[in-house]
Design a binder for this molecule. Sequence first.
Ligand SMILES: C[S@@+](CC[C@H](N)C(=O)[O-])C[C@H]1O[C@@H](n2cnc3c(N)ncnc32)[C@H](O)[C@@H]1O
Length: 104
Amino acid sequence: MAEQDDTYNQILNNAMVSDSNFLTDIILRECGDVFLGINSLIDVGGGHGGAARAIANAFPQMKCTVLDLPHVIAEAPSDVHVSFISGDMFKYIPPANALFLKGI
Ligand SMILES: C[S@@+](CC[C@H](N)C(=O)[O-])C[C@H]1O[C@@H](n2cnc3c(N)ncnc32)[C@H](O)[C@@H]1O
């Protein structure tokens, strides 16, 4: 549906960012030490980067990248701390120290 209906795509992506803004702060506060020592992270199916942005802000040395489908990445906001890659996780995931999957 998101691929075929742009309004639905926008609503879904915005909702996911709101959810990630809320939850990632808690994840970082309660168990943020799991990210220590990680230099690069791919948020697989990371939408518009709500979680990746929060992780990158908490760990500025970490290279954070979001991988998501083309119709999602096409409308992702640019961000100096987070890179966005368009693709299908079943076909290719770029190499990184860690893969983060939330709500896929
Ligand atoms: C429920 S949303 C969760 C977004 C984000 N992980 C979060 O928790 O806020 C699921 C995401 O997975 C993405 N997705 C689904 N299938 C995918 C695939 N084959 N490759 C990459 N991303 C995919 C969707 O486009 C969507 O952005």
